[in-house]
Structures are given as structure tokens and as C-alpha cells.
Design a protein around this ligand. Structure first.
Ligand SMILES: CC(C)(COP(=O)(O)OP(=O)(O)OC[C@H]1O[C@@H](n2cnc3c(N)ncnc32)[C@H](O)[C@@H]1OP(=O)(O)O)[C@@H](O)C(=O)NCCC(=O)NCCS
Length: 291
């Protein structure tokens, strides 16, 4: 039995025979040795491939964009179709989970729209990642899940978190960067994949200047803490409070923090457990390395 299923009774959906991980990637972008770096036993059901360049599979890419547009509608950042193609499909890949269309819950059918349920499988989550020019480093470009759109009783606990975990594991990703908004619920997920360094606390080159850029060394030994909610011994051994906090809702606080990063006073890190336990707008402790 997968060690993951023992962590929470809410993870039973992972073993359902109508739900499988998928990878949407053109042939040349497929990984030759998927899942070799981390050897996790978490993903019980085999993944399947979809090819966005094959006409028969385009229904799946359309269904991904439909789900993504609905998930991002409230924060006004749906991905343009050409960005999906030029910046995700061609250089990278999309990973996630899909359910057999005939088995989707009525709430999912309703939110996705019957007219968009056209194939055998319907994607219910997606994680897009793109290799960067830096060796072994990838950019986490998009994370979304149908959970954001449906009533609590129909959700698949951990769907967003496990979609990114599956993608990182599939492509043996060692270093992961990304961009998110300080008060986004996604902060509670992104910070668990490895010790989370803040590269920009204020990001005027982005559409939303109050976004942060992060980088982490992918560390699957930490991932189960997302479900157990235990403190990380390794984090406590390696990091200490840097002596200041950041206020995610105060632009001046973000700029002041960003100046410290620019003046090379870091590197600075955030604590995943603290973020999980606090409300999304509360001040956060900034950490740096011990010793
Ligand atoms: C953010 C998102 C990907 C999370 O995926 P998910 O499948 O809902 O989340 P998971 O089931 O994997 O994880 C659940 C945990 O996420 C956090 N979470 C999810 N939605 C949340 C919300 N609306 N408010 C606060 N915390 C939330 C919680 O910590 C929750 O666990 P807990 O209740 O035990 O603390 C999803 O909500 C989404 O698609 N949002 C819209 C698009 C978006 O903003 N993407 C992020 C871009 S950086």
C-alpha cells in the first residue's frame, strides 16, 4: 500500500480506479526515466500520456484550459491560450489528475459545463512546469485544481498539492522556482516542496507587483508534513528567525523586505508550518540560515 494513503483517510481518492495522474506533453518533451530521482510510492495508479500535438487529444488540452480559466477567474489571471501553447506545451509539460468523465460528480459536471466534457478523461487539476536556462532548475508556471470550484464534500483532499508533487517527481526536478501572490491560498502548498527561499518580495516586473518569487531545492522528505502538519526538524536545525517580519498586505513592508534581499543581506526563507497555521493576511516571520 502507498505510504501516502496511510497519512490521511481523506486521500482514498488516489486509489480510486477512475482517477489517474496524467502528463500532457509532446513526444520530444517526455521524460525517459520518470520518477527515478525521488522513488516515491505515492502515486498508486499509473499515469497516462496525452499529446497536445495530436488532434484526437486536443479535447484534453481544451478541458484543461476550461478548468484553469474557471479556477483563475476570481483573481483575474486566466492563462491566454497562446501562452499555454508557446510557454507551456512547447518548452515544458502539464501534469495533474484526471477522472473518467462518466464518473464525475454532478457539481464538477455543472461547473465545467457538459459542453466541455467531450472525452474519456476529464482533467481535474493541472501543474505546468518549464525548464529554465539554469541547469537542473524549472519554473512552476501554473497550479490549479477543480477543488477551488466545488462544494467541500465533493473535493479531493490534497489534489492541488499532489498535482505539483507528481509533476516534480515525474520530471526528477531538483530546483523549482515560481511566482505567487503573498496572500494566495497557494502559499500553503508551494512552501512544502522544499525550504522556501524568497528571491523577490516585491516584483514590479510582474503584472501584480505584490507577487513574490521563490526558489527551493525539491525535498520530498518534507512533503508528508503537508498531510501530517508536523513541524520540520530539519527546518528548525538549519534556520533561525532573521529578526523581522513581513506584512503580506502592506506594500511598504514588502518593499522594505525586498531591499534587504537586493542588498544581499539574505538568503531569506519562510516557514511552511507557520504559513499553514496563520490566516492568509497575517504577518510572517522571515528566517535565515543558522551559523
Ligand atoms: C490554490 C489551489 C491550487 C489549491 O489546490 P486545492 O486542490 O484546493 O488544495 P489541496 O487540496 O491540495 O490542499 C488543501 C490545503 O490548501 C489550503 N487551501 C486550499 N484552498 C484554500 C483557501 N481557499 N483558503 C485557504 N487555504 C486553502 C489549505 O491549507 C488546505 O489544507 P488544510 O485545510 O488541511 O489546511 C486551488 O485552490 C486553485 O486552483 N485556486 C485557484 C487558482 C490559483 O490561485 N492557483 C495558484 C496560483 S500560484
Amino acid at each position: 500500500m502507498s505510504s501516502l494513503l496511510k497519512l490521511s483517510p481523506k486521500l482514498g481518492w488516489l486509489a480510486q480506479d477512475d482517477i489517474r495522474p496524467f502528463v500532457l506533453a509532446r513526444n520530444e518533451c517526455r521524460v525517459t526515466d520518470p520518477g527515478q530521482l525521488f522513488s516515491l510510492d505515492w502515486f498508486v495508479n499509473d499515469f497516462f500520456y496525452m499529446d497536445p500535438l495530436v488532434i484526437e487529444d486536443v479535447y484534453f488540452a481544451n478541458a484543461l484550459l476550461n478548468m484553469e480559466h474557471k479556477a483563475f477567474a476570481s483573481n483575474d489571471m486566466p492563462m491566454p491560450r497562446w501562452v499555454f501553447y508557446d510557454c507551456a506545451i512547447m518548452p515544458g509539460f502539464v501534469a495533474g489528475f484526471a477522472q473518467r468523465t462518466e464518473r464525475l460528480a454532478p457539481s464538477i459536471r455543472k461547473i465545467l459545463g457538459e459542453e466541455n466534457l467531450l472525452g474519456e478523461w476529464t482533467p481535474i487539476s493541472m501543474f505546468i512546469t518549464i525548464p529554465t536556462m539554469k541547469s537542473h532548475e524549472w519554473m512552476a508556471h501554473n497550479l490549479s485544481s477543480v477543488n477551488a470550484l466545488i462544494p467541500k464534500e465533493d473535493r479531493f483532499y490534497g489534489l492541488g498539492f499532489l498535482s505539483k508533487a507528481f509533476g516534480l517527481s515525474y520530471a526528477n526536478i531538483e530546483w523549482c522556482c515560481g511566482v505567487t501572490q503573498w496572500t494566495s491560498p497557494a502559499m500553503r502548498l508551494h512552501t512544502y516542496y522544499g525550504f522556501f527561499e524568497v528571491l523577490t518580495a516585491y516584483t514590479p516586473a510582474h503584472t501584480h507587483a505584490t507577487s513574490l518569487t521563490y526558489r527551493l531545492k525539491v525535498n520530498p522528505a518534507e512533503w508528508s508534513r503537508f498531510f501530517t502538519k508536523e513541524a520540520s526538524k530539519e527546518f528548525d536545525q538549519r534556520f533561525k528567525p532573521a529578526g523581522f517580519e513581513v506584512d503580506p498586505e502592506d506594500e511598504k513592508s514588502l518593499i522594505a523586505f525586498h531591499k534587504k534581499i537586493s542588498h544581499k543581506e539574505g538568503p531569506f526563507y519562510l516557514d511552511a508550518k507557520e504559513i499553514r497555521e496563520k490566516k492568509l493576511h497575517e504577518k510572517l516571520t522571515i528566517y535565515n540560515l543558522k551559523g
